[in-house]
Design a protein around this ligand. Structure first.
Ligand code: S3P
Length: 171
């Protein structure tokens, strides 16, 4: 079985993924980490050196590889992963795979991301006061992709354990 988590930056994909992996005794793959391992540098540095287009190509390559190499796993993706190329189709059509969208409000995401902005190339340059508007527009563009997940889980004001439990109940 494969469980794939989608969602905007700051929606908790990695934390929930790790928790589910422990609970279900499955291996955990964080796509961002797999990419960083492949290139031997941080995504932030890669964005700066090579730009977003090259990153999206790399992300697609590593996603294909990860899906092929793991018959069973919990995979947490990057916030943009389902929105580029054939990534969404690759994920949804993988064998015995369920795709979950961790849906968070603009408010939750803004509050979480304000302190982590500098680590994230796409929002690094956005001022704190402009962050909610940026996230709102960005989510509007991306929601169409996220909402194609097999299941949508609202995560606002829920604990990691509650969210993991909701996902397990849907398996
Ligand atoms: C991105 C999200 C990041 C990372 C990259 C691009 C995006 O992952 O893949 O910086 O396009 O939203 P997280 O969602 O894990 O922060």
């Amino acid at each position: 079985m494969k469980i794939i988590l989608l969602g905007y930056m700051g929606s908790g994909k990695s934390t929930i993924g790790q928790t589910l992996a422990n609970e279900l005794n499955l291996s955990f793959v964080d796509l961002d980490h797999a990419i960083e391992k492949e290139i031997g540098m941080s995504i932030r540095d890669f964005f700066e050196a090579s730009g977003e287009l090259k990153f999206r190509r790399l992300e697609n390559d590593v996603l294909k590889k990860v899906i092929l190499e793991n018959s069973s796993m919990i995979l947490s993706t990057g916030g943009g992963t389902p929105c580029y190329g054939n990534n969404l189709e690759l994920m949804k059509s993988a064998l015995k795979t369920k795709v979950f969208y961790l849906k968070a409000s603009i408010k939750t995401l803004s509050e979480r991301l304000v302190s982590e902005k500098d680590m994230r190339p796409l929002i690094q340059a956005i001022g704190e006061e402009d962050l909610p508007e940026f996230i709102g527009k960005h989510l509007f563009e991306r929601s169409n992709f996220y909402l194609q997940a097999h299941h949508v889980i609202d995560i606002d004001q829920k604990s990691v354990e509650t969210i993991a439990k909701e996902i397990v109940e849907l398996l």
